[in-house]
Design a protein around this ligand. Structure first.
Ligand SMILES: C[S@@+](CC[C@H](N)C(=O)[O-])C[C@H]1O[C@@H](n2cnc3c(N)ncnc32)[C@H](O)[C@@H]1O
Length: 168
């Protein structure tokens, strides 16, 4: 996020339901900030560094609206869909769709591993699961990496997939 804002000059908005995520982001990246509330739904941590335009919303993604956060050219879903409970996945995709500009695109990273070993956050998903979930979009699998060392559980095989997703 800091690279996108500081090096690339983008206006960046982050979101997490856990306040500590925002606190850690600003502390680890040494970015000064103001903290305020919007609509009683969100705390917003906003960078006060002119050259680093970052807002970090703390609240439920399902409560974010284009009115409060704007419309986005791109969404970087970095292990976020994988944290959403499977029954809520379609609702999550509708929410992302509602925040994305018509020409917008999504970069998505997911994990695939044996679901009999662990079937909770981060939930495992195959590339076919992603294609089905985003069936109204073009989905391109960009990269697959070994992720067997990622989890503390050290699953015997696991993969990290990265997808580029665009509107049809
Ligand atoms: C696997 S972590 C990924 C965190 C971060 N994006 C990263 O890659 O390090 C998933 C994150 O999703 C957040 N999360 C889960 N459900 C959420 C929701 N409904 N709204 C906003 N954030 C949520 C969790 O608090 C958690 O920090």
């Amino acid at each position: 996020m800091k690279w996108l804002a500081a090096q690339k000059g983008h206006n960046v908005v982050g979101i997490d339901i856990v306040d500590l995520s925002a606190q850690q982001f600003f502390a680890e990246n040494n970015v000064p900030f103001n903290k305020y509330t919007i609509d009683d739904d969100f705390f917003v941590y906003e960078s006060t560094e002119n050259a680093i335009k970052i807002k970090f919303f703390v609240g439920d993604i399902f409560d974010v609206s284009a009115q409060s956060a704007g419309y986005f050219d791109a969404v970087w879903d970095c292990n976020a869909l994988v944290a959403i409970k499977p029954p809520d996945r379609n609702k999550y995709i509708c929410k992302i769709d509602s925040l994305l500009k018509p020409s917008g695109c999504i970069l998505l990273s997911t994990y695939e591993y044996d679901p009999t070993l662990h079937n909770t956050d981060p939930y495992p998903m195959t590339p076919d699961d992603i294609k089905l979930l985003f069936s109204s979009f073009y989905v391109q699998l960009v990269e697959t990496m070994d992720a067997s060392e990622y989890f503390n559980f050290k699953f015997p095989w696991s993969k990290r997939h990265v997808f580029q997703i665009k509107r049809k």
